[in-house]
Design a binder for this molecule. Structure first.
Ligand code: ADP
Ligand code: MG
Length: 242
C-alpha cells in the first residue's frame, strides 16, 4: 500500500488538547405512530484525535443515530455535540455542510458508489465542494486511490470491482478531502472474511497515520483492533474495558 505524502500525514495527537468530539447530555427522540421513541438517552462522550473507537450493541440500540449525529447528518433533540469547536446541535445548515465537506469522511455498509462513474470519478466527487484547482484534484484523487491500493483500478466502474475493492473506493472517497475523522457504519457488513481483512488493514493503516476512526460494527474481528470499545444499548453508552 502506498503511503501518503507529507501533506497528508495527519496531525500528531496532542493529549493535552481539547477532544475532537465532546458530547454532553445528547438525546435524540423520534415521533413514532403517536408515541416518542428515545434513540439516544443522554449520552456523554469524549473522543480524542487519533482514537480508534468501535461501537457495538444490539439492533435498535442507537448506533446509527449516534453516528449520523457525529457525522453532522442529523442533530440531537437536546444536548451539545462539539466537533473541533463547532456545535452540531446549534450550527447553521451551511456550517453543517462545511463540516461534512471538509472535516468528516463517511463510509457505509452498502458502499454507496455511483454505478455509472469510474472509481476515479466517484472519489473526485467528494472534492466538488472544496473549490480546488483541477490539477490539485487530479493529484489528490490519484493519491487517495493509491493509498487504498487501487491505483491500477482508477478507470473501473463499481460493477467491475469486488466488494472489498468497492469499499476501498468508498474509503478513498472519504479520505480524499483529508477529514479530521472517518465514520463508518458496518463497513464490513456486506463483505466475506478475506475482503473484511482487506478493509481492516486499510482502516488500521489510516489510524496508525493518525486519522481518528469511529466504526459501528457487529464484527468482533474489527472491534478487537480498536483501541477503545463502546457498547450502545437503549440509547446509553457503556465503555467496554478489557
Ligand atoms: P441501531 O443502529 O443501533 O440499530 P438506530 O439508531 O437505527 O439503532 O435506532 C435506534 C432507535 O431509534 C430504534 O428504536 C429505531 O426504531 C429508532 N429510529 C431510528 N431512526 C428513526 C427514524 N428516522 N424515525 C423513527 N425512529 C427511528
Ligand atoms: Mg444501525
Amino acid at each position: 500500500m502506498t503511503m501518503l505524502d507529507t501533506q497528508n500525514v495527519p496531525r500528531t495527537p496532542d493529549p493535552a488538547s481539547a477532544p475532537l468530539y465532546r458530547l454532553q447530555s445528547v438525546t435524540r427522540t423520534y415521533p413514532q405512530r403517536g408515541r416518542v421513541v428515545t434513540a439516544l438517552a443522554g449520552v456523554d462522550l469524549e473522543i480524542r484525535e487519533g482514537d480508534f473507537v468501535a461501537i457495538q450493541g444490539p439492533t435498535g440500540g442507537g448506533k446509527s443515530t449516534l453516528l449520523q449525529i457525529l457525522g453532522a447528518l442529523d442533530r440531537p433533540t437536546a444536548g451539545s455535540v462539539v466537533l473541533a469547536g463547532s456545535d452540531i446541535a446549534t450550527a447553521t445548515r451551511s456550517e453543517l455542510g462545511r463540516l461534512r465537506a471538509h472535516e468528516i469522511g463517511f463510509v457505509f455498509q452498502g458502499f454507496n458508489l455511483i454505478p455509472t462513474l469510474t472509481a476515479q470519478e466517484n472519489v473526485d466527487m467528494a472534492l466538488e465542494p472544496l473549490g480546488l484547482e483541477k490539477s490539485e484534484r487530479t493529484r489528490r484523487v490519484a493519491e487517495a486511490l493509491a493509498h487504498v491500493g487501487l491505483a491500477d483500478r482508477a478507470d473501473h466502474r463499481p460493477t467491475e470491482l469486488s466488494g472489498g475493492q468497492q469499499q476501498r473506493v468508498a474509503i478513498a472517497r472519504a479520505i480524499v478531502k483529508r477529514p479530521r475523522v472517518l465514520l463508518a457504519d458496518e463497513p464490513t457488513g456486506n463483505l466475506d472474511e478475506s475482503m473484511r481483512d482487506e478493509i481492516l488493514a486499510v482502516l488500521q493503516t489510516l489510524n496508525a497515520e493518525g486519522l481518528t476512526l469511529i466504526v459501528v460494527t457487529h464484527d468482533s474481528a474489527v472491534a478487537r483492533r480498536a483501541g477503545r470499545r463502546l457498547r450502545l444499548e437503549k440509547g446509553t453508552v457503556h465503555e467496554i474495558t478489557r
